[in-house]
Ligand binder design. Structure first.
Ligand SMILES: [Zn+2]
Length: 56
């Protein structure tokens, strides 16, 4: 699995559940840290993938 920069990787804070974009962390200095509560343990999430679901 490779990571591409600027592809909208999202972290989710395990403490408050806030979603923080990797781009935003980099703008703030590159450290992984919740922008809401300041907690440093974030889970990596993939950006939501829009799936086509057949309604019928
Ligand atoms: Zn948080």
């Amino acid at each position: 699995m490779s990571e591409k920069k600027g592809q909208g990787l999202i972290y989710e804070c395990i403490r408050c559940g806030a979603k923080v974009a990797k781009d935003e962390l980099e703008m703030r200095g590159g450290g992984v840290k919740c922008t809401i509560c300041g907690y440093r343990v974030l889970k990596k999430k993939r950006p939501p993938v829009v799936k086509r679901v057949l309604a019928r």
